[in-house]
Design a protein. Structure first.
Length: 432
């Protein structure tokens, strides 16, 4: 039932408002609250029963993803407190070396990829390693502009390949792919493109900005860094626990909820191995999780938002409108339209973008018999590359962590990534 017996297509109005507000200076939770209320009014949902709707949303898949993000942030806080994050970065620096600009860029990329993949958060992981990396790479002459591109390009790919990163879990759930199939057919190919572009663009940005931008008043790196015994032990326990839990999960074919076990178990074992008592450990975890509570609330509210729109028949009505564009039944045409719609037409959190894209285009995906791998590729590029196409929160956030104000080079870098990944989707679409 629609307000004033409007056509179901008008139920998309709150979604359009959400997309517009997502690119404005408004808190994401406030944005969703506004749009949930609007969608409830337009679809004639009784507002006094919203408590029951929220209760149902707490058991939704989006709420699960939000909880996984909370635990990832909690684990990150434990890694920082125990010194594991610093130890991993310093160990990689010594292993690969940072005596040249190229080695410094490669090492920074590896550090960012590794921690983002393990924690499932771009901003959270890079926030941990930035204060450690900056003094080390500044000595070599790496500019803030270069490190910003590294954090954005390499860090984002950690979200593409991390076995329990929110985006990977979401796409696997939507497409039915297992992790092995996703990694080989979707995650690694897209990540490889981004790695190559990031590396060469970082070298280019370094050449452009050397002598123009530089780190000033940076604390000198501790070249006599000696790892404590408990930190070494905690690092070993962290690495082994995560590795064994991931292997067990893949072997057992565990679902998305298994990520909760991985994050929680790794945090407890690492904290105890690092000498933390249980009170201090849980205080640290709660402090870390608290930084992401806004995202959990946003995802809980997003469930009724999308549900109201879907139940009104808005997505079916929209598909009927764009059917003339797809009369050729071309998978190539559909892949291009859906990918560009995701990148440029849907804003907000990447997980939410994937859910919206899946809700919008699922009937056409089934009608064109797209393979799960192709649809997963479209979902990944359509939801994640938005951060590269626009100078929005993620891009500006990585610039802030790298202490860079060079938006011009960052935009050029983002456009290059966007074009490269869209071209890959087009090439991939010929395979079905």
């Amino acid at each position: 039932m629609m307000l004033f017996n409007l056509s179901p297509i008008f139920a998309l109005l709150p979604l359009i408002i959400y997309i517009i507000l997502a690119f404005k200076d408004i808190h994401p939770v406030l944005n969703v609250v506004i749009c949930v209320i609007l969608s409830a009014i337009i679809t004639k949902q009784p507002l006094l029963s919203m408590g029951g709707v929220i209760s149902e949303a707490l058991g939704s898949f989006l709420a699960l993803i939000g909880f996984i993000i909370l635990l990832g942030s909690a684990l990150g806080a434990v890694l920082r407190k125990t010194g594991v994050a610093e130890h991993v970065v310093m160990a990689l620096m010594k292993k690969i070396g940072i005596d040249t600009e190229k080695k410094a860029i490669i090492t920074s990329m590896v550090c960012s990829i590794l921690l983002v993949a393990l924690l499932g958060t771009l901003a959270g992981a890079n926030a941990i390693i930035a204060p450690i990396l900056i003094p080390l790479v500044a000595v070599i002459g790496i500019t803030p502009s270069t490190l910003a591109a590294v954090f954005m390009g390499a860090g984002a790919t950690g979200l593409f390949i991390g076995p329990y990163s929110p985006q990977v879990v979401t796409i696997m759930e939507l497409t039915g792919l297992n992790y092995g199939s996703y990694l080989v057919g979707v995650g690694l190919p897209i990540a490889a493109i981004c790695w190559i572009v990031t590396y060469f663009m970082s070298l280019k940005i370094q050449n452009r900005t050397k002598g123009i931008y530089m780190y000033e008043n940076v604390e000198k790196p501790d070249m006599n860094y000696v790892v404590k015994a408990e930190t070494q032990r905690a690092t070993l326990v962290f690495g082994l626990s995560v590795l064994l839990l991931i292997i067990y999960g893949i072997f057992q074919g565990s679902g998305s909820s298994y990520a909760i076990v991985v994050m929680f178990t790794a945090a407890i074992l690492t904290g105890k191995a690092g000498g933390m008592n249980f009170n201090d450990l849980f205080d640290t975890m709660m402090e870390g999780a608290g930084r992401m509570i806004w995202l959990f609330i946003m995802f809980v509210l997003f469930h009724p938002f999308i549900t109201f729109i879907a139940e009104a028949g808005a997505f079916e009505a929209m598909v009927n409108l764009i059917q003339p564009l797809l009369r050729s039944q071309s998978k190539v045409v559909f892949s291009l339209i859906s990918t560009l719609t995701g990148i440029f037409g849907i804003g907000g959190a990447a997980v939410a973008q994937s859910v919206v894209m899946d809700s919008m285009f699922k009937p056409l995906v089934e009608g064109l018999a797209l393979s799960p791998r192709l649809w997963a590729t479209i979902l990944l590029v359509g939801s994640q590359i938005t951060s590269f196409a626009y100078p929005e929160a993620d891009m500006l956030g990585q610039m802030g962590l790298a202490r860079s104000k060079d938006l011009k080079n960052m935009v050029k870098f983002g456009v290059t990534i966007t074009i490269s990944t869209v071209v890959f989707v087009l090439m991939r679409s010929f395979l079905g």
